[in-house]
Ligand binder design. Structure first.
Ligand code: 5RP
Length: 227
């Protein structure tokens, strides 16, 4: 059922795209629905900047014209999923390990639309573990410093190194991810600032003041949320 909601959100967002735009393509299962719906529209002169190798592969397969942030540093519209959508459209992202490239593309975009199924909307951020991207060199030392910051934010659980079947997960940039089980993030802006001050932390999954609109898929249509 959630997949239908994701598809509806992705299809509605694809309708926001106009011919000639430079479009940021998010990562994840919801963003994939957007990429498919966008390709189906066959709009002329689109250039698309993907936020991961996985999205790049899908977009290429569907015949979309790809660009890079280096070649097209200003993006008209980015559409991407989220793991949680909190008050003011503050987000947790990075469940798909693409948070660094996603944030670079979002910050280069004139407009950002978040697409999600209804279960992603929460009253308080933090039930979904917060992804923190860390340089692989000395990552256990960095994890200790992350633990200190989390303690300072009344978060008792240390962040856990993300593992998959084939071992430690590496991002497209070769970094590792620590997931912090926060339960409730009471001051997202202060936590975001404190995490960014740690040497070795490349990025975190708090996307604050970046979302212009959220399109939430429902069982019969979509809802639009504004910050
Ligand atoms: C990837 C992301 C995704 O947008 C997020 O994990 C949501 O994924 P999905 O649409 O599959 O639920 O941030 O880094």
């Amino acid at each position: 059922m959630n997949d239908d909601q994701k598809r509806r959100a992705g299809e509605a967002a694809a309708e926001r795209v106009e011919a000639g735009m430079i479009v940021g393509l998010g990562t994840g299962s919801t963003a994939a629905w957007f990429v498919k719906a966008l390709a189906a529209r066959n709009l002329p002169d689109l250039r698309c900047v993907p936020t991961s190798e996985k999205t790049a592969d899908l977009a290429r397969e569907l015949g979309l014209t790809l660009s890079t942030l280096e070649d097209t540093p200003r993006i008209d519209l980015t559409v991407d999923g989220a793991d949680e959508i909190g008050p003011g459209l503050a987000l947790i992202k990075g469940g798909g390990a693409a948070l660094l490239r996603e944030k670079l593309v979002w910050e280069a975009s004139a407009r950002c639309i978040c697409i999600a199924d209804a279960a992603k909307v929460v009253k308080v951020l933090g039930a979904f573990p917060l992804p923190i991207e860390v340089v692989a060199f000395g990552h256990k030392t960095t994890a200790n410093r992350i633990a200190d910051v989390l303690t300072d934010h009344d978060i008792a659980m240390p962040a856990r190194l993300r593992q998959a079947d084939r071992g430690v997960v590496r991002t497209d940039g070769g970094n590792v991810i620590y997931d912090a089980k926060c339960q409730a993030i009471h001051d997202p802006a202060r936590l975001a600032d404190d995490l960014k001050l740690i040497t070795g932390v490349v990025e975190h999954g708090l996307f604050l003041d970046l979302t212009d609109e959220a399109i939430i898929g429902g069982d019969n249509g979509v809802d639009v949320l504004l910050p």
